[in-house]
Design a protein around this ligand. Structure first.
Ligand code: PRX
Length: 641
C-alpha cells in the first residue's frame, strides 16, 4: 500500500525577477557539482571555514556513524567570531536583542568576542571545565545565552541547551543523562509579562543531579536568589573579573560540539549528538544559500536557542556568515498581536524565519493587524517545524511578504543538524504546501515499506547518503540510535511520510505515526488539517486516528474556530462536508471537537499523541513540555461527555 495524496496539484509560483537577479544561487551549478562528486563538493564547502589543521579524508562511513573531514582541526568560535574581527566586520553588529520587557542590547562582533572570551576564561580557570565536559544551559532567550553557548564552544565543552520552559524534573533528567558538571542559568526568564524564577527551578533540579559542581547565574534583577556558596557564581562578575582573550581550543572535526535533547515517540528524551567540522560546514553553507544571506541583511529567526533551529539558524549559521542577527525574548501575541510586525518595522528586518503555528495564529487575528505596519524591509520569509498548509502559505506570502518575498519552507530535524529540503529562493519555483528539493549534496528518497524507491508518489522519507551535519549518535545510547533511525532501512529513516512529484519536490505529510489509514487509504493528518484550515471559519485544526470497526481508522478532528464564529451541529456538518469535498469522502472526519486551544509544545508543535491518548481514554503521557497543560484536561472532560 502506498501513501496517497489526495491534494489537488497547486500552481507553482516563481520568485520575482528582481529577487532572482540578485540571489546568491541563480543556477544549478552547486547541484551539478554535488551530483558529479559529492565528497569534493562538501570539501569545497568545508574549505569556506577556517581550519587549524586540514583534514586528510573527507568521509569515513561506517553505518550508522559518519566521520567527516577526518583529522581536521578547528574551533567553532574562531569561525563565528575571530575571523570576522580580523576583517572589516569587527565593528559590525553581530547581535541585536530586545525583550518584551523593553530591555535592549546590541553587540558588535568585537564586543561579542570579548564577552565570549571572558566567560570562556572563567569557565576554564574558576570552574575547571575542560574539553569534553558537558555544560547545561538553562536560560531565557538573551544575548547571555548566546554568549554561554559560544564560550562552551571556545573551550571545547559540550553544550546542552535545555529550553527554559522545561520543568525541574525534565531539567534534572537531562543534567543526569549528560552528566553535566556545570549549569548556566539566569535568576529569571520573562514571558508574557511574568517573571519565571529560573534559579528556583534549577535549585530543585539540583536536589538530585550529583554531577553538577558549578552554577553560574545571570542576574537580571536585584531580587535576592537562594545562593549556595562554593557552587553558585555570579555570571556578570565572572565576565568582569576575567580577561578578554581566550585561546580557542583546537577541536577535532569529530569532537562533539553539542548535545540537544529531543522527544521520541516513547521513552526518555534522546540526547542527539552533533560534532564540529561537519555541522559547521553545513550550518554555514545552508544559511547562506537558503536565506540568500547578504552582508546588509538584518536576519530574524524567531526560534528559541533551546531548539535545533535556534542552534543552527539563530547562532551558528548566521554568525559563521558574519551576519547581523536579531533576537527577541517574547511571544507573538504579547503585549499585543502586532508586536512581531512592530519589531520588523523598527529594526528593518529583511529575513524572517518562523513556524507555521505562528503564521496560523497571525491569520486568526486577521490581516488588519500587519497592515498597520511598514513591512517593506522584508525580502525573504521562511517556515520551519511542521508542514505549512497552502492557505497559511498564501496568507504569509500575501499579507506579510506582499507577494514580493519568496518563502522557503524548510524541512529538517534535530537529527539532521541543518536544512535538508527546501526551494532555493532565487532559483526554484515555490509550491505552497510543498517543501521543495533536497539541497545540493543531500540525497532524499521516498521509500516503500520494503525499502524500494518511489520515483513519483507517496512513501517514507529517507536520506540516502551521509551528509556532514548528520547526528553522530544518541548520548550514551548507541543501540537506540541504531534502532530508531537505522533499523527500518539501510539508509537514514526520518520518521516522516512524504510525497515526491515528477519534478523532485517533496511534500511532507507529517510523522509516520500521524499518518492515518482510513479504509485502506493512507491519508496524512496534515492533508485533513490543511483542508479544515482552508475553511474560512477555522483558525487551527489537529486530527488523529481513532479505532473504527469498519474502516480500521476513522478521523477525529479538533478544531479552533476563528474569532466571532460559534460552534454548532450545523457547523460540524458543514466542516465534514468541506473536507469531503476538498479531499475526498474517505477523508471526512467522523466527529469534530470544537476547542479553544490545542495541546502544544513550547516550540508550537501540536502534541497529537496526547489527543490520541485522551480520545482513547488512556492515561496521559508526559505533559511537562506543554505550553498550555490545562487544555488537554479540558479536552478530556469534553470527550467524556
Ligand atoms: O515531522 C517533521 C517536522 O518536524 C520534525 C522535526 O522536528 P524537530 O527535530 O523538533 O526539528 C524541528 C525544526 C527543524 C520533522 O521530522 N518538520 C520540520 N520542518 C518541517 C516539518 N514538516 C513539514 N515541513 C517542514 N518544513
Amino acid at each position: 500500500m502506498t501513501i496517497e495524496s489526495l491534494y489537488d496539484d497547486v500552481t507553482p509560483i516563481k520568485p520575482s525577477k528582481a529577487f532572482s537577479e540578485k540571489a546568491i544561487i541563480k543556477t544549478d551549478d552547486d547541484y551539478n557539482k554535488a551530483n558529479t562528486d559529492r565528497l569534493k563538493f562538501w570539501e569545497e564547502q568545508a574549505k569556506q571555514l577556517t581550519w587549524d589543521q586540514a583534514w586528510d579524508t573527507p568521509l569515513k562511513w561506517e553505518r550508522p556513524i559518519a566521520k567527516w573531514f577526518v583529522n581536521g582541526k578547528l574551533n567553532a568560535t574562531t569561525n563565528c567570531l575571530d575571523r570576522h574581527i580580523m576583517s572589516k566586520k569587527t565593528d559590525k553588529t553581530a547581535l541585536i536583542w530586545e525583550s518584551e520587557s523593553g530591555d535592549k542590547q546590541s553587540l558588535s562582533y568585537k564586543q561579542l568576542h570579548d564577552k565570549v572570551c571572558r566567560l570562556a576564561n572563567y569557565l576554564s580557570q574558576s570552574c575547571n571545565i575542560k574539553k569534553g565536559d558537558r555544560v547545561t544551559l538553562y536560560m531565557s532567550l538573551t544575548p547571555e545565552l548566546a554568549i554561554a553557548v559560544l564560550a562552551c564552544a571556545r573551550i571545547g565543552a559540550i553544550h546542552s541547551v535545555v529550553f527554559a520552559g522545561f520543568s525541574a524534573e525534565s531539567l534534572q533528567d537531562r543534567l543526569n543523562d549528560s552528566e553535566s558538571v556545570c549549569i548556566i542559568t539566569g535568576d529569571i526568564a520573562i514571558r508574557r509579562g511574568k517573571s519565571i524564577k529560573l534559579k528556583e527551578i534549577v535549585d530543585q533540579a539540583l536536589d538530585n543531579a550529583p554531577s553538577v559542581k558549578h552554577v553560574l547565574v545571570h542576574k537580571r534583577t536585584t531580587e535576592i536568589v537562594n545562593w549556595v556558596n562554593n557552587r553558585d557564581h555570579d555570571f556578570n562578575e565572572a565576565l568582569n573579573s576575567s580577561s578578554s582573550y581566550h585561546e580557542p581550543e583546537s577541536m577535532d572535526s569529530e569532537d562533539p560540539l553539542f548535545i540537544l535533547y529531543t522527544s521520541g515517540t516513547t521513552g526518555k528524551p534522546k540526547g542527539i549528538i552533533h560534532t564540529t567540522g561537519g555541522y559547521l560546514t553545513h550550518a554555514q553553507y545552508s544559511t547562506k544559500i537558503v536565506f540568500d544571506l547578504k552582508d546588509d541583511d538584518i536576519y530574524w529567526c524567531t526560534a528559541d536557542i533551546g531548539w535545533i533551529t535556534g542552534h543552527t539558524y539563530l547562532i551558528y549559521g548566521p554568525l559563521l556568515n558574519g551576519a547581523t542577527v536579531f533576537m527577541y525574548e517574547g511571544t507573538p501575541d504579547y503585549p499585543n498581536e502586532g508586536i512581531f510586525w512592530d519589531l520588523i518595522q523598527r529594526y528593518k528586518i529583511s529575513i524572517f524565519y518562523t513556524a507555521p503555528t505562528a503564521i496560523r495564529a497571525f491569520m486568526k487575528s486577521g490581516e488588519s493587524i500587519p497592515e498597520q505596519y511598514n513591512l517593506a524591509s522584508l525580502r525573504l520569509l521562511g517556515s520551519v517545524g511542521e508542514p505549512i498548509n497552502p492557505e497559511a502559505w498564501n496568507w504569509y506570502y500575501t499579507h506579510i511578504g506582499q507577494k514580493q518575498c519568496p518563502i522557503v519552507d524548510t524541512w529538517w530535524q534535530t537529527e539532521t543538524g541543518g536544512i535538508m529540503i527546501t526551494t532555493l529562493p532565487g532559483l526554484h519555483d515555490m509550491k505552497p504546501g510543498s517543501a521543495g528539493k533536497p539541497l545540493p549534496g543531500i540525497q532524499a528518497q521516498c521509500l516503500h515499506d520494503d525499502g524500494t524507491a518511489i520515483h513519483s508518489g507517496g512513501g517514507l522519507l529517507s536520506l540516502t547518503e551521509p551528509w556532514p551535519s548528520m547526528a553522530r549518535g544518541i548520548w550514551g545510547d548507541s543501540k537506540r540510535f541504531n534502532d530508531v533511525y537505522w533499523s527500518k532501512f539501510d539508509t537514514y529513516f526520518a520518521g516522516d511520510g512524504a510525497i515526491v512529484d515528477d519534478n523532485g519536490y517533496f511534500t511532507l505529510l507529517g510523522r509516520v505515526d500521524d499518518v492515518l489509514n482510513v479504509a485502506g487509504h493512507r491519508i496524512g493528518t496534515m492533508e485533513v488539517e490543511s483542508s479544515l484550515v482552508d475553511c474560512p471559519k477555522v483558525a487551527e485544526a489537529a486530527v488523529i486516528g481513532i479505532q473504527d470497526r469498519i474502516k480500521g481508522q476513522a478521523i477525529l478532528a479538533f478544531v479552533i474556530l476563528k474569532e466571532g464564529i460559534s460552534e454548532s451541529i450545523d457547523l460540524e456538518n458543514e466542516l465534514k462536508q468541506f473536507v469531503a469535498k476538498k479531499i475526498s469522502p474517505i477523508a471526512k472526519p467522523k466527529a469534530i471537537i470544537f476547542t479553544p486551544d490545542l495541546p502544544k509544545t513550547r516550540s508550537g508543535k501540536i502534541m497529537r499523541r496526547l489527543l490520541k491518548q485522551a480520545a482513547n481514554n488512556e492515561t496521559l503521557g508526559d505533559t511537562t513540555s506543554l505550553s498550555n497543560p490545562q487544555i488537554i484536561k479540558d479536552i478530556q472532560k469534553q470527550l467524556s461527555k
